[in-house]
Structure formats: C-alpha cells, structure tokens
Design a protein around this ligand. Structure first.
Ligand code: BTN
Length: 270
C-alpha cells in the first residue's frame, strides 16, 4: 500500500497532500473523493488506492491497473463558485503530471488533448475530472489521475496502446516520491492559476503537446471531424482547421494521423 508518511516527508506543498487517505482496494478513488468532499474534507485532500475494483475513465470506459504497481488517486478541488477555467483544469492537471514525471524520472511524456499522457506514442496516464454543481454554483471538483508506473504487462485489448514509466525508463519508479512531486507541481500551477484564472495554462500545455500542427481525427458521438490541430482556445477547446473553416471541439477522442514518409504528399519536390 502507498506509504502516506513517505509521501508527506519533505512535501513542499501546503494544501495538496496535507490529508491523504490510502486504501489497499476501493471501488474508485473518485467516488471516495466525492463522498469526502460532500462531507467538507478540505481542498487538497488526496485519496489514493493500490487497486480499484471499478476505476473509470472518460466516456464511461473502465480504467484498469494491476494492484500495487501504479498510481491511481484523486484530488479534491474547490476552485470557487464560478470556476471560470473549469475546462482548463484537465489541461492544468496534465501539465502538472508531465512536469512531475519529467523531474522525477527524466522521462518526457507528451500531452494529448483532452487529457491523455503519452510516452513513445502509447498511453501512460489519463485524467478524469468530475464536478458537482449546487444551485448556487460549483461545489467541488474531483481530479482523478491514473498513471501506469511499474506495470509491465497490459491486457491484450490495450497492450499495443499502453505503456508505463517502467517500460520506458527500464527501471522501477518509486510511487511515493512521484506522488509527492505531482502534488508539488499541481499546487504551484493551481495557485498561480487562481491569480490569472488559468489564462496561462493553454500556452504551457502547448509546450508539451507535439500533436499541435498535425492532422487529426476527432471522434465524438460516432461522428468524425478531421482537421489540423491549430491550438487551444482560451476555454480549453481544441481548435481545428477544417476544409469548412476553423472549428473548436470540446469533447471526443483524438487520433493523430500518421503520415508515412513514402506518402507521395511528402515526397521531396524539385
Ligand atoms: C481516462 O484516460 O479515460 C481517464 C482515466 C482516469 C483514471 C483515474 S484512476 C484514479 C481515478 N479514479 C477513477 O475511477 N478514475 C480516475
């Protein structure tokens, strides 16, 4: 099980990680975080589990991870009643995890819109934000984060699309140290973001996102929109240049088109 004292030892964050609930097994850390947030647990509370029996990902998909090898955790956020930059919080979270992984392991994950982290083109982490609306505005937001840390083998259906930090680094990565590092990066970005309503987040995110400039297919509700990824709108949407003009999308799955060097479109022109 995650050693809470080891995470908190030397932790430089003041809000995130002051309170950590660690479980050997739980249905979903997002569920637990939601219950605790409803019971007024303070902002920055962390719920981490070695294993989730009903971990969930975006678009109702399951999130599976071997017991004791990975990081599956949730953060309780109270970003304020209006939460201007709510759509930017997933991007902030992705940047925090990316920066922390790079600092801690020297690996350099890429961000893929809306909230995937990739290494060598394969998924190494995912983020699921869930918010609760009250009549008078936003009550709390749960940021759920799953990172494949030390898992070496993946179920057959995702084996060609998933990887872990250990697969990429060729060594085991200490989970407690990585979690501490993520909490520190998250807090820094979150506090800075409070001052500028997360206005600087799209720019920072773009510096970790090589998909920008590439031709992509965005699948949403069964329909596919193809265009060149141009950037991130101030509200977190992905701007696509399509034959019909610029379009901004807010949800969906992105696949980046791989263009083979032998493609005639890429042959050198004399
Ligand atoms: C995705 O890529 O679809 C998002 C995956 C998010 C998974 C994390 S693991 C911790 C937290 N608890 C959950 O049930 N889901 C998130």
């Amino acid at each position: 099980m995650i050693d809470v004292a080891a995470v908190q030892k030397g932790l430089k964050a003041k809000i995130f990680g002051k309170k950590i609930y660690a479980f050997e097994s739980i249905d979903s850390t997002n569920n637990c975080a939601r219950t605790l947030a409803g019971d007024m647990t303070p902002e920055g509370t962390v719920i981490v589990a070695d294993y989730q029996t009903a971990g969930r990902g975006r678009l109702g998909r399951p999130w599976t991870a071997n017991p004791g090898e990975n990081l599956t955790f949730s953060l309780v956020l109270r970003p304020g009643a209006t939460a201007e930059g709510l759509n930017l919080l997933p991007l902030l979270t992705a940047v925090a995890v990316t920066q922390a992984v790079t600092q801690f392991s020297k690996l350099k994950p890429e961000c893929k819109w809306p909230n995937d982290l990739l290494l060598d083109g394969k998924k190494v982490g995912g983020i699921l934000l869930e918010s609760t609306q009250q009549q008078n505005g936003l009550d709390f937001v749960i940021a759920g984060i799953g990172i494949n840390v030390n898992q070496l083998n993946f179920p057959q259906d995702i084996a060609d699309r998933a990887t872990s930090l250990r697969c990429a680094a060729g060594r085991t990565i200490e989970r407690e140290g990585l979690l501490r590092c993520i909490l520190e990066h998250f807090e820094q970005l979150y506090i800075a973001g409070r001052h500028d309503e997360l206005r600087s987040i799209p720019q920072i995110w773009l510096s970790h996102a090589p998909m920008i400039g590439r031709l992509v297919d965005v699948t949403s509700n069964g329909s596919v929109l193809t265009g060149r990824a141009m950037g991130i709108a101030p509200d977190g949407g992905l701007i696509l240049a399509t034959p019909a003009g610029n379009r901004t999308v807010y949800a969906g799955d992105v696949s980046v088109r791989f263009i083979h060097p032998s493609d005639p479109a890429h042959a050198p022109r004399n």
